[in-house]
Write a protein that binds this ligand. Structure first.
Ligand SMILES: Nc1ncnc2c1ncn2[C@@H]1O[C@H](COP(=O)(O)OP(=O)(O)OP(=O)(O)O)[C@@H](O)[C@H]1O
Length: 271
């Protein structure tokens, strides 16, 4: 893992959640979530199916509104009534489906949804900006005039990430960016995620792949049944992470946790 320039603990959080809950009717999808994201850090959000990861990402993307709790952006409490509000604040999201148009080329996809932008119809300016964004990510795209249909899974993810950087966000959320990618493409996308972090953005990455998470994350935040269930350093063992994710009652993880709770705080799990 590359060294990053700022120590998250010394910088103010860009995004800070306190006591965020979300109910869908009688279903409590999230309860009292606490989460801080600092500039220049990758926070992995992990949890089993139904743990609340997507709900949390949708709240931060402005798709859902929390039932209660406070979201602060750069210290100010904010309300996001829709995805446009999140984008305007500087929170970009790359959803798992990527939302790319197969038949359009890379430039058109990067500028998709920017129809009202002054430069939208300036083909040369758009192409130049597309190359800039891709070069910043050191992305390997053969031509920005290729239709998306001819690109690999990793290249598509790259285009979707480049597009999310167009509006110069401060936070980027990536939902399973390496799902369904092969080994080499996964490595390439993880390098890309690190470059986004090294630009000083706060990155939230949802993943089910603990190897990927440990490879790039600065902190691993576990959700279980809609609640915070521990924050781990990337050197946490698989056993610790799986224990927190599944809540396995009698295993090395729970025994370690009870041992730790009766002694001094440790560097490892902080449930
Ligand atoms: N629109 C909705 N209406 C009702 N319940 C919902 C809605 N969205 C999510 N839920 C419920 O909220 C809980 C959390 O779901 P969520 O999709 O956020 O979990 P997840 O961690 O993203 O799971 P997965 O890894 O399977 O995507 C689940 O019990 C789910 O059924």
């Amino acid at each position: 893992m590359t060294e990053h320039p700022t120590n998250p603990n010394e910088t103010e959080a860009i995004l800070s959640l306190k006591g965020v809950s979300k109910n869908f009717g009688a279903v409590s999808a999230l309860t009292d979530i606490e989460l801080d994201i600092h500039p220049g850090e990758i926070v992995a959000l992990v949890g089993d199916n139904g743990a609340g990861k997507s709900t949390l990402v949708k709240i931060l993307a402005g798709v859902h509104q929390p039932t209660s709790g406070t979201i602060r952006f750069e210290g100010q409490p904010v309300t996001m009534n829709g995805p446009a509000d999140a984008l305007k604040l500087g929170i970009a999201t790359v959803f798992q489906d990527l939302a790319l148009c197969e038949n359009l080329d890379v430039v058109a996809n990067i500028f998709l949804g920017q129809e009202k932008n002054a430069w939208h119809l300036d083909e040369v300016a758009m192409e130049v900006r597309s190359w800039e964004l891709l070069n910043e990510l050191a992305a390997r795209i053969p031509s920005v005039r290729e239709p998306i249909a001819s690109l690999s899974g990793g290249q598509r993810q790259t285009v979707a990430i480049a597009r999310s950087l167009l509006l110069e966000p401060k936070i980027i959320m990536l939902d399973e960016p390496t799902a369904a990618l092969g080994v080499a493409q996964t490595a390439e996308v993880l390098n890309l995620v690190e470059r986004v972090r090294d630009k000083g953005l706060g990155v939230i990455m949802i993943s089910h792949n603990m190897e990927d998470v440990r490879a790039v994350a600065d902190r691993i935040v576990v959700l279980r049944l809609g609640r915070n269930n521990g924050v781990f350093a990337p050197d946490a063992s698989n056993e610790e992470l799986v224990g927190a994710i599944t809540g396995a009652a009698d295993n090395a993880v729970s025994r370690r946790a009870s041992r730790l709770s009766s002694s001094a705080p440790s560097e490892g799990a902080r449930p």
